[in-house]
Ligand binder design. Sequence first.
Ligand code: FRU
Length: 479
Amino acid sequence: MDYKKIYQNIEEYYSYEDKNIWRNKFHIEMPFGLVNDPNGLSYYNGEYYIFYQWNPFGCEHKTKHWGLVKTKDFINFTKPEIILKPEEWFDKNGCYSGGAYVKDDTLKLFYTGNVKDSNNERKSYQCMVDYKDGSFEKKGVLIDKQPEGYTAHFRDPMIFVENEIYYMIVGVQTEDLKGRALIYKSDDINKWSFAGELKTDVDNLGYMWECPNIIKVNEDKFAFMFSPQGLKEEEFKYQNIYQSGYLIGELNFDDVSLNNHTEFKEIDMGFDFYAPQVFNHDGKNIMIGWIGMPDKDDEYLSSEYGWMFGLTMPRVLEYKDNVLYQRPLELLEELRESKIMDLKNQYVDDYSININSRTIECNLDLDMNNSNNIELKFKFKDEYISILYNKEDEICTLDRNNMEFGGKGIRKFKLKANKSLKLHMFIDNSFMEIYYQDGLETTTLVYFPKSDSFEIEIKNSVKINELQIWNLRRINYGK
Ligand code: FRU
């Protein structure tokens, strides 16, 4: 594989401004190739390390590497680097997802080596890498096989620590095709022993659980977040091919069980969100997800230009009322370049705002005391995406059917907004992230408008409590 050429292409790409109307301005994406899961998220030596699954050779799900960008502020990033290459016997068909842990002054990375042997049979190895003084060293295989009773769909190790013991959680599939997570234990982070299957009250929730995370949310509660595959669609749930969500409960480390836990709650109700990873820094649980969806490649038209998918902006998770609220990391306020709108207490009727950029942050608070139906439209000439809210039924509907290119359809979810409907939106050239009711729900989506023109329309007569819009700046790589 010609890595010299890849690095030349990276240099060349950042030497000019890409004018493609779908190129995002403030979301992490790659100059070329296919990006999926965030990996190894960590804060190390004063910088955020954001690794991700990357096929730098094309827009297909193969030859998965770990790419890396580093940043202090989510505005200035280092140029993408290739960190893990699939070139050893234990990872030759892909350096798959995993997490990181900072021990002493070493950043330790954990990943799954994916191998297809000569009969096309899958083997999964849990592996480790040390990063110190600017260089990475593959330490090889820590766990060479799944335990009895499970298939080789055994991947995505994440590390957490409790009472000075290291724990690793790994996603897996049972031989009777149920998704599960396994826990391993270690005193020194190098030698691992099997502690058991994570016991929950959930039995049938898909055939595979990918990308598990264990997150401490307060003194005695933990969230177990994972990405199950194979859930049946319901009216207000599970409308994507695969989901991501969590259970919150008490974690018993002796018998590795999650007790008194909540029902499975999806993290994001949009079209294009999967495989989130959470890390802790500065007392905050910070989550980044993949903007994309497996097995839907034909919806992502940017592949025509040689690139595909990206990552969400960092979101802080806060435990309240037994759910995780999400809010944008405070640092992101630095992205605001100029305020282009600021309204308070204004009655409007079919209000339309013409915006000359499609890279904005918008904070909207609508008074619902005298309104029942709200329709918000993001218009791109004759195409649009809409959000419909009905207060009485407490239903929010996101509709992408009026776009010509890319994925279509609607997503519906329950949402309470009695007094006011609050939307916090980050709209980029082909990605949108929307927070509802202070982050109780979010929707992430990809869209491919034909035109560069952009209007936001608020249908119906309604009182705007607050409306602020900022133009956001472009993030940069290696300047
Ligand atoms: C989730 C996933 C992981 C795997 C990786 C491979 O999107 O399928 O389970 O490690 O992607 O790229």
